[in-house]
Write a protein that binds this ligand. Structure first.
Ligand SMILES: [Zn+2]
Length: 520
């Protein structure tokens, strides 16, 4: 039997504390639904006492059926000097009707005295009264022991007494919380072992990433015997975030060899990570371990050569295991192997000894020296390779002339673009307006070309980035424009470079349209 680790997700509660993250009710339900499908064991939905939206979530959650996960509500121990059954916050927790209730309480004597302004004895009573009462109501109770590590360091006996109070009152799991995020893995490991030696119930871990050790501390605790781990998708959370479950889940499975979520879920990990980012309206972090776009990207020529032969020589795991994929970046550093691999990925057959291969490699290097960059502009690269392989085929269309102008008054500005495009023998002449010059140009071009190529009606510009490059080859500053285009199924990037931003944009726009026409 492999060790089973419980995955406790708090994206919707602790994760929602992150700056810039704000979930609507429907966002929360969609994320909870996805987490349930993925197979996490617990989904903490919020604190019913904090706002009506959280309470609404629990009302909706109670009506749904959940396949894997148990829904948890989050709250505090009873107030000091109040009977637990008279505490309105505890009442709200029960009203949330979740199978699991997670209670947070104080471990650090400093906090008890200075923040709660009460006695050690009353703090212990607050913990045990609350847990016993909720257990009597038939709930699963997790006890989140706030500041476990700082508290234990300061007053180990008192910290241990609080955890024992929780365990004796019937807590299903005592979760040691590394609230301030500053502990080292060795310290975490030591404290978890000490707790394990004295407590009879299961031990959990909840960490924060303030010192960049959120995941490391979580894993250290599991190795020391904790059996539940709390965290968030993509590591969302206050300050620098919580323990990142997107790293924890594959670590549990592939590195510790234990069981977390169902095995068949892990190939959907990247998808889950991107989904949550999308709902949170956060740009997916390309450097995120396991699931980021660059997690299995190879740039150096020697690496790429080796990767071609034995993937495992430069990869700690197969990218497909977590739903990621290997990417070979084309750049200054790369040798010919990169180009071959990239060409294959883009659907071209190219051999190392073919004269075109040298021509393409030189062409790319030359353009990179002039400020082009192909790492995010694969469609432009595909066109470049194709043009060499097919010996400069006639383009499907040609821009004969274009004109962009702008007018404005004290309130608004408006741009207008006119283009004259030739498709075979036909000339299309169109004009379009836009709130910026590129927007207007894009509109005019696509209106002109859609008459001959109706499939262009499906495509739209989804992202536009401008970078000013200075000092290249001693010339005036150049502008590099990167455009992302989508047809609703695929996205592709194109690049244009010029001293003039309009010319650079037009180049990238034309590549994006030409690629759309070639694409199957
Ligand atoms: Zn936390």
């Amino acid at each position: 039997m492999r060790t089973q680790i419980e995955i406790y997700d708090t994206t919707l509660r602790d994760g929602a504390q992150a700056e810039g993250i704000n979930f609507s009710l429907s966002d929360k339900l969609r994320i909870a639904d996805r987490l349930d499908q993925f197979g996490v064991h617990y989904i903490e939905g919020g604190w019913p006492g904090s706002n009506p939206k959280d309470m609404e979530f629990f009302q909706q959650a109670a009506r749904r059926s959940w396949r894997h996960a148990k829904i948890a509500s989050f709250g505090f121990t009873r107030k000091k000097g109040v009977r637990v059954e008279d505490d309105p916050q505890i009442r709200m927790l029960l009203d949330a009707q979740t199978p699991v209730i997670t209670i947070v309480g104080k471990t650090w004597l400093l906090h008890v005295k200075e923040v709660l302004a009460t006695t050690a004895e009353e703090n212990l009573a607050m913990i045990s009264d609350t847990i016993r009462y909720l257990k009597d109501q038939g709930r699963i109770v997790m006890y989140d022991a706030e500041h476990s590590f700082d508290g234990y360091k300061d007053e180990p006996d008192f910290a241990m007494a609080t955890w024992k109070a929780a365990a004796d009152a019937g807590a299903d799991c005592v979760v040691l919380c590394e609230t301030n995020g500053g502990a080292l893995p060795t310290e975490v490991s030591r404290v978890v072992q000490a707790a394990r030696a004295q407590l009879t119930c299961a031990i959990g871990i909840h960490t924060h990433n303030d010192a960049g050790l959120g995941v490391a501390n979580g894993i250290a605790a599991l190795e020391a015997g904790a059996r539940q781990i709390q965290g968030t998708i993509n590591g969302y959370g206050e300050r620098t975030g919580n323990c990142n479950l997107t790293s924890v889940m594959p670590l549990v499975q592939f590195k510790l060899g234990w069981r977390g979520v169902p095995e068949e879920s892990l190939p959907k990990l990247k998808e889950l990570s991107e989904f949550v980012d999308e709902i949170a309206n956060v740009r997916h972090d390309p450097r995120q371990p396991w699931v980021g776009q660059t997690a299995f990207a190879h740039k150096g020529g020697i690496h790429v050569h080796a990767i071609e032969r034995v993937a495992r020589s430069y990869e700690h795991i197969q990218p497909e295991a977590v739903g990621n994929y290997r990417r070979v970046l084309v750049s200054d550093m790369s040798g010919r192997t990169n180009i071959l691999v990239k060409a294959k990925e883009l659907g071209f057959e190219l051999a190392a000894d073919q004269p075109e291969t040298r021509q393409i490699t030189t062409g790319i290097k030359d353009r990179e020296n002039r400020g082009y960059e192909y790492e995010a502009a694969e469609a432009s690269l595909a066109l470049l390779i194709r043009n060499v392989l097919e010996h400069r085929p006639a383009p499907p269309f040609a821009v004969e002339t274009y004109h962009v102008s702008m007018r404005g008054d004290s309130r608004n500005t408006l741009c207008e673009a006119t283009v004259k495009v030739r498709v075979g023998e036909t000339i299309h002449h169109t004009v379009a307006e836009g709130d910026g010059p590129v927007n207007a140009l894009d509109g005019a071009l696509r209106t002109a070309l859609a008459r001959s190529f109706p499939k262009l009606q499906q495509i739209r510009l989804t992202d536009y980035k401008v970078r000013i490059l200075d000092g290249i080859a001693g010339t005036a500053a150049k502008t590099r424009v990167l455009i992302t285009t989508s047809d609703g199924h695929d996205d592709w990037g194109t690049v244009g470079v010029s001293e003039n931003i309009i010319t650079a944009s037009l180049e990238a726009l034309l590549d994006s349209i030409e690629y759309a026409l070639l694409k199957k």
